[in-house]
Design a protein around this ligand. Structure first.
Ligand SMILES: [Zn+2]
Length: 154
């Protein structure tokens, strides 16, 4: 999937199909399903952002119907291995999680967490929320703001 970068009109936000498929498999389709989530891995070329991989929940994550806290150290370990094995090309590039709603949008908690990640990382980061339909919220954040790439249906 290719979208326009919401801050830089000439740049693209690219998400590999395998990433979208994994996100779709981790949606909260049953009324008892807890939120899923993880980190997005990918590369930056000029201003383009390309998401190539992701992590999915690990045992030590804290999950409920309406929250996902990434607590398991395995996410960070995967990011480090991807970075090392790619010679520093692939790196931590964002965050994703699911919401138990049809058309997802960021909660106030999401916005706060994403803002602090952007301030810490000091480079544009990708944020993705998967709803229960084939509907995603997809955006980019930098140190000033978080903007939706566009309403997205897979
Ligand atoms: Zn959320």
């Amino acid at each position: 999937m290719m979208l326009q970068h919401p801050f830089i009109p000439t740049a693209r936000l690219l998400i590999d199909d395998a990433v979208l498929e994994a996100v779709m498999r981790n949606r909260q389709l049953k009324s008892t399903d807890a939120e899923s989530g993880g980190i997005l891995l990918g590369l930056r070329r000029d201003d383009h952002l390309h998401v190539t991989d992701l992590t999915t929940p690990y045992p030590d994550d804290k999950r409920s119907r309406t929250s996902f806290q990434r607590k398991d150290k395995a996410h960070q370990a995967r990011a480090f291995l991807a970075w090392r094995d790619s010679g520093g090309v692939v790196d931590y590039i964002g965050e994703w999680h699911s919401h138990p709603e049809r058309h997802p949008s960021p909660s106030p908690i999401d916005s706060r967490e994403w803002n602090s990640i952007c301030l810490f990382q000091h480079k544009p980061m990708v944020f993705l929320i998967a709803g229960t339909l084939a509907s995603l919220w997809l955006g980019v954040g930098d140190t000033s703001d978080i903007r939706q790439a566009m309403p997205t249906v897979v």
